[in-house]
Design a protein around this ligand. Structure first.
Ligand code: HEC
Length: 221
């Protein structure tokens, strides 16, 4: 029961941290997974903003100048030429003085932060979540599996349901890494997570049901 409730909290956490903020921007689940692991390699935050509503604040020529700077690698030595644009136009809102919760654009360092490409989850981050989940999840399924192995359902189904979450962990965690390389693997992340949830649900519901609700087929000894 405790593990089942823990899993519900895990799903809620996933929803609140990874899914809801993206849904607010109209993204689907697949796109959320891709952005998390693969990143947004189409462009930079600064470029996206200038192509969007922020572009109205400057002339097309100034915009072009900033895009050329980003294309050239957003180098510090070339920043001087475009610094006045940020200083005169953007810093009215994008500075600590404005009191608005916006990224400041008053120095090279602050602007440079927005010109790096989002490459998704870092290798270091992936190693961290992978080892935590491989250890943690396998222990959880070892425990639920040890209870579920005593169930009375057909031994073939029982074996399958005990193995299934472990296969799901491999699919899920393995495809985090593959999604970092190829966005198409986001489907495997979703499928793996779904398989894991279904296995845990069946293991807990069948175990609890057989213990407390349904009539036993075998004799009580
Ligand atoms: C009138 C105030 C105002 C001015 C001037 C302004 N911005 Fe913004 N900026 C905002 C607001 C408000 C947001 C957040 C809402 C949005 O994204 O539209 C924002 C968002 C952004 C973002 C996205 C930040 C993120 O978290 O990814 C960038 C980048 C940006 N602005 C760059 C610029 C640049 C470059 C200029 C100058 C050409 C500029 N802004 C001028 C108000 C302003």
């Amino acid at each position: 029961m405790t593990i089942g409730i823990g899993y519900l909290f895990a799903l809620t956490y996933l929803y609140l941290v990874d899914i809801e903020p993206h849904n607010a921007q109209g993204h689907g689940l697949r796109q959320d997974v891709i952005e998390k692991y693969y990143g947004k390699r189409g462009g930079t935050r600064l470029g996206a903003a200038l192509n969007g509503s922020m572009g109205d604040n400057i002339t097309p020529a100034e915009k072009e100048q900033i895009f050329l700077w980003i294309k050239g690698g957003a180098k510090e030595e070339d920043y001087g030429a475009i610094a006045p644009i940020f200083q005169e136009t953007c810093a009215i809102c994008h500075s600590p003085d404005s009191g608005l919760p916006l990224p400041p654009l008053t120095s090279f360092e602050e602007v440079a932060v927005l010109t790096t490409m989002d490459m998704g989850q870092s290798v270091k981050g992936l190693v961290r979540v992978s080892h935590v989940h491989l250890f943690g999840m396998s222990f959880i399924f070892f425990m639920t599996g040890s209870i579920f192995v005593l169930s009375e359902i057909n031994v073939k189904w029982r074996s399958l349901l005990i193995a299934m979450p472990f296969i799901a962990i491999w699919l899920d965690i393995g495809s985090w890494w593959f999604t970092k390389l190829q966005p198409i693997f986001a489907y495997v992340v979703i499928f793996g997570g779904f398989l894991m949830g279904i296995s845990l649900l069946l293991q807990t519901v069948i175990s609890l049901g057989e213990m407390w609700i349904w009539k036993r087929k075998g004799k009580d000894t």
